[in-house]
Write a protein that binds this ligand. Structure first.
Ligand SMILES: C[S@@+](CC[C@H](N)C(=O)[O-])C[C@H]1O[C@@H](n2cnc3c(N)ncnc32)[C@H](O)[C@@H]1O
Length: 127
């Protein structure tokens, strides 16, 4: 916070961007705690932008890819359900369309897009 305040004006709304970052925090309570602690430090009107690899029964290939990564790569990745990703925004006002497949978050032109990808995300405002 002290270092960040050299660059950021914490008297004005700030955007906290956690794209593909919370995936490295396996423990559910710790993940919530990190997001909460960072958002608590920001003034009203600030926004959280967060994306997260998901797991869902109709996307088994993603589970297999993440398992392969975790056996062969580092750092370990954690998948969460779309519902669990949505809970990371608790206490904030989710902007429309909510937590969705990232390619479905307000696309300019959705004609050539796949239905969904395994990276879900959303944007929310701190009240
Ligand atoms: C999925 S990428 C997302 C990058 C960026 N946020 C984006 O959306 O383009 C995750 C990034 O976290 C970095 N990373 C992983 N563990 C880290 C750590 N312990 N400290 C700093 N960076 C880390 C990786 O090198 C990688 O660049």
């Amino acid at each position: 916070m002290e270092q960040a305040s050299a660059t950021l004006d914490f008297t004005r709304p700030v955007a906290l961007i956690l794209l593909g970052v919370v995936i490295f925090v396996e423990d559910e309570a710790e993940a919530h705690g990190i997001v909460r602690r960072l958002m608590d430090a920001l003034p009203s009107g600030s926004h959280l932008v967060l994306s997260h690899t998901i797991t869902r029964p109709d996307m088994p290939d993603v589970d297999a890819a993440v398992a392969f990564w975790n056996e062969n790569g580092t750092p370990r990745l954690t998948q969460r359900t779309p519902e669990a990703v949505t809970r990371l925004f608790d206490g904030l006002e989710l902007l429309q369309p909510g937590v969705v497949s990232c390619n479905r978050w307000r696309p300019d032109d959705d004609t050539a897009l796949p239905a969904e990808v395994a990276m879900f995300g959303g944007v929310a405002r701190k009240p």
